[in-house]
Design a protein around this ligand. Structure first.
Ligand code: ASP
Length: 485
């Protein structure tokens, strides 16, 4: 007997007597309907969202209230990861920076009481604004003592998230789970992924709601350690993977990942849906939205990230997904770039038939601890693009090394280059994309120094002079976005 038949049978038993076959049919239909409703409700209930809020979203009581509204408006927002209070305005200082400053004073044996009082005042302002019955005196006394005992810079920085977590937990009425107990680092400061996953799963298993502060954790000996700056993103991602969330919402102060850097393009359009691969490419080229280590835990677990704006909660933001059939709005998904590269052009007749030529050249870079970015090559030429600041210190050693290794006819250096990446899954199937890019660059009087397109066709890298960097980005944005609007 299927489940709805059992429910129907039960209803039938308690029904008044009469035409049994009609009753039977009505009861079965009612039961089937009820069963579907119960199932739907259960499915809805099971949606789990992990929500991480950045520093600017929690910089003041007013911002906390916006966050409270966002959380309460969706019951599936069950696990909350807060950052430390960030800047309230352009001239303000982040609490994390205030903590670093105080701790550095403490290490020099100087008085840091004034700085600590300022940090205390920031939290008090939030507590008062939210009308919470909460006193952080004990926590501050402990922090002061630990600073005097110089327990560590990571400990110092982590207190911003720790205290904000306590405030957030009280404000929401959610249990507080100290990140020290659930995020585990190895002694060398790298994340112990396996232990972290187990600790998070064990601790959150029977917690319907929780606040877990971002940015820090502890080594096995209990010493507090942090991720690098912006690391609350990573905590959110780890929590999302551990609770098998349906989505990891990352709330910040912009409405998603932008097609181009807003410092170069005025009010650029936001990207609606982007794949992890595309984002990785844009992020590597300088687009900053997420801590780069935040991608891997959720990507492995197949959980999408939704970048949202705390100040514009109605905006859908950007969905970052493993794969999608959602067509990008424009031919390109995004354009980004970086300045400060140098090209080492190596020429040698018959290079193409000299087996091991490339390996020998790259060995020289490896021996000097320099990683290469791109390596376009011709029949008798090979170009290695590297970061200028890394290369400059070892320049002559590298040139001598190449001469010894492969005895080239000619080596030439070209410095002050920029790389521009045009990224988009939509470029794959679209004829004429590169034609449009290069004619736009030609119109903008930008000389193209290098082109590198992988066979995957969703990524074209263009080398230009540093001075042509901004015009190049603008020309590409205009031809694909402004012109397609
Ligand atoms: N509060 C830390 C920082 O300022 C970490 C974070 O916000 O994610 O870098």
């Amino acid at each position: 007997m299927r489940k709805h038949e059992a429910i129907g049978f039960h209803i039938m038993v308690v029904s008044p007597s009469g035409d049994m076959s009609m009753y039977y049919n009505i009861c079965m239909l009612t039961a089937e309907y009820m069963y579907k409703m119960v199932n739907l409700a259960m499915e809805e209930e099971q949606v789990v969202k992990v929500v991480k809020f950045g520093g600017s979203s929690l910089a003041s009581a007013e911002q906390f209230k916006k966050v409270g509204n966002i959380i309460h408006s969706d019951a599936s927002r069950r696990y909350v990861v807060p950052s430390a209070p960030g800047k309230r305005n352009a001239k303000d200082t982040k609490v994390t920076d205030m903590l670093y400053y105080c701790y550095d004073l403490a290490c020099k044996g100087k008085d840091f009481s004034e700085g600590l009082a300022r940090i205390k005042a920031r939290y008090q302002e939030i507590i008062d604004g939210l009308e919470l019955n909460l006193c952080l005196e004990d926590q501050f006394a402990e922090i002061e003592q630990n600073f005097k005992n110089k327990v560590g810079r990571d400990y110092a920085a982590s207190r911003g998230e720790y205290l904000n977590g306590i405030v957030m937990a009280r404000y929401l009425g959610y249990p507080f789970v100290d990140a020290e107990d659930v995020i585990r680092f190895h002694d060398d400061g790298t994340l112990d992924e396996a232990t972290t996953e187990k600790l998070l799963k064990d601790r959150l298993y029977n917690k319907e709601y929780a606040v877990i502060p971002g940015f820090y954790g502890a080594a096995a000996d209990g010493k507090v350690k942090t991720f690098s700056r912006g690391g609350s993103d990573v905590t959110g991602s780890l929590v999302a993977a551990a609770v098998d969330a349906d989505v990891y919402e990352n709330w910040t102060d912009v409405s998603g990942v932008m097609i181009a850097d807003p410092r170069l393009i005025k009010d650029p359009k936001a990207i609606h849906t982007i794949t992890y691969r595309e984002l990785r490419e844009l992020a590597y080229m300088g687009a900053t939205v997420l801590h780069e280590d935040a991608i891997f835990p959720v990507r492995t677990a197949g959980i999408p990230i939704n970048i949202r704006n705390t100040n514009e909660p109605e905006d859908p933001g950007t969905m970052i997904v493993q794969t999608t059939c959602v067509k990008p709005e424009y031919t390109i998904t995004g354009v980004a770039g970086k300045k400060g590269f140098v090209a080492i052009n190596i020429e040698k007749a018959m290079m193409n038939s000299e087996i091991g030529f490339g390996r020998k050249v790259l060995q020289v870079f490896e021996d000097n601890g320099i990683s290469f970015e791109h390596m376009p090559s011709g029949i008798d030429t090979m170009t290695i693009l590297v970061h200028q600041d890394e290369f400059e210190q070892n320049e002559q050693k590298v040139i001598t090394g190449i001469k010894h290794a492969v005895n080239p006819d000619h080596i030439e250096l070209e410095s002050d280059l920029a790389l521009v990446a045009v990224v988009g899954r939509g470029m794959r199937e679209t004829r004429g994309t590169s034609g449009r890019i290069f004619s736009a660059l030609a119109h903008a009087r930008v000389n193209v120094k290098m082109i590198d397109q992988g066979s995957s066709e969703w990524n074209i890298i263009i080398g230009v002079k540093n001075t042509d960097f901004e015009p190049a980005i603008k020309a590409i944005y205009d031809i694909f976005v402004t012109a397609e609007l």
